[in-house]
Design a protein around this ligand. Structure first.
Ligand code: AMP
Ligand code: MG
Length: 339
């Protein structure tokens, strides 16, 4: 299949936005920029379009999709019995990198929900994404626009590397500013439950709606047979070809440890000094927002170097650090070294 590359600088590129919206209205699939990562969009109301997304990504069949909306009117078309907490969160964090799991409406088919009676919904802050939704008039189902299992794409080039020739179009636009996927919170149980950490932090959620639980799968490997509240949490994820280790250590200790390794690359902080093996910094340990922005690019860079082992200096587990740690522990297939 020939993939159209559509360059869009901003919402003033109306002809290009319409071209993307038309492909979606005709049942095609299009990679679009969002503030979190690039998404592979299809109409959330078309079973055949959604099937193409699963095929192009090689996505496990039981992993549901997030539905992207452009305004609160559209929310009412995809979800029902919306609790007050959802409106409090929407007021504070939408448009933005927060996904809420709600009871699904009848418009949302099994293709999106994959056996659940809920729907995950997000209103992105990215203006191009919202304009494409508005012009198409469709809620868009959009998982990350990568091959399943690989690091999520934060640039148009990452999408081209993974999906060129497999989808109808790729919007060639800006790099993603957040860099990790949205925070996912479920609002269907008695107590709100954080299913995936992201740029909207657990601390911010608690400030807005009070008590929340952190799902066990955020930081722990599911045991065989254990059911995942968020099906995506059980799959191998974000994995470069190299064997990745996540190393919890003080600055000096980390350098001393990686320097004893061969055929290794160290993924470190700007503050780490004295590393003698090849190393890539993913930012300052004092700025978790930058770590999140750089994370997936660095995981893709590890592969380009063709090195066998990668040792990554672990971030803190608070604030946006929890989102970074959650992705890294999966990239490392739960191989954590505590020094
Ligand atoms: P991605 O599509 O790569 O951003 O991943 C979406 C994440 O949201 C996956 O981990 C899904 O399992 C999760 N998700 C989507 N819909 C639901 C839902 N209705 N309930 C719980 N988790 C969901
Ligand atoms: Mg994904």
């Amino acid at each position: 299949m020939e993939t159209k590359i559509i360059k869009i600088g901003g919402i003033e590129d109306t002809a290009e936005i319409k071209a993307a919206a038309d492909i979606l209205k005709n049942g095609g699939i299009v990679a679009i920029p969002t503030e979190t990562v690039y998404g592979l969009a299809s109409s959330a109301l078309s079973d055949t379009a959604i099937a193409k997304v699963f095929t192009a990504k090689g996505r496990p069949q039981d992993n549901p999709l997030i539905v992207h909306i452009c305004d609160m009117e559209m929310l009412d078309t995809v979800a029902v019995d919306i609790p007050k907490s959802a409106y409090l969160l929407a007021e504070k964090f939408w448009p933005g990198p927060l996904t809420m799991v709600l009871k699904k409406s009848n418009n949302i088919s099994e293709s999106v929900s994959r056996g659940l009676d809920t729907v995950a919904v997000r209103m992105p802050s990215d203006k191009i994404a919202r304009e494409i939704i508005a012009v198409s008039g469709l809620p868009l189902a959009a998982p990350s626009a990568n091959t399943s299992g690989k690091p999520s794409p934060t640039t148009a080039q990452h999408v081209i590397d993974d999906l060129n020739g497999k989808i109808d179009a790729i919007i060639d636009s800006h790099d993603c500013t957040v860099g990790v996927e949205s925070t996912v919170i479920s609002l269907v149980g008695e107590v709100p439950r954080l299913l995936r950490p992201g740029a909207v932090t657990a601390e911010q959620l608690r400030e807005t709606i009070g008590d929340i639980e952190i799902d066990n799968a955020v930081l722990n490997e599911l045991k065989t047979g254990e059911k995942a509240a968020s099906p995506g949490m059980k799959y191998k994820h974000y994995a470069p070809a190299a064997t990745v280790y996540l190393v919890e250590a003080e600055s000096g200790q980390f350098a001393e440890f990686v320097n004893t390794k061969t055929d290794a690359v160290a993924v470190c902080f700007d503050e780490d000094a004295g590393i003698t093996v090849p190393c890539i910094s993913y930012g300052s340990c004092k700025n978790e927002i930058t770590l999140a922005q750089n994370l997936f690019k660095v995981l893709r860079d590890i592969d380009k170097r063709g090195i066998k082992n990668a040792y990554i200096h672990a971030p803190s587990k608070s604030g946006v650090g929890l989102a970074v740690y959650n992705r890294l522990i999966r990239a490392a297939a739960f191989r954590v070294i505590k020094l």
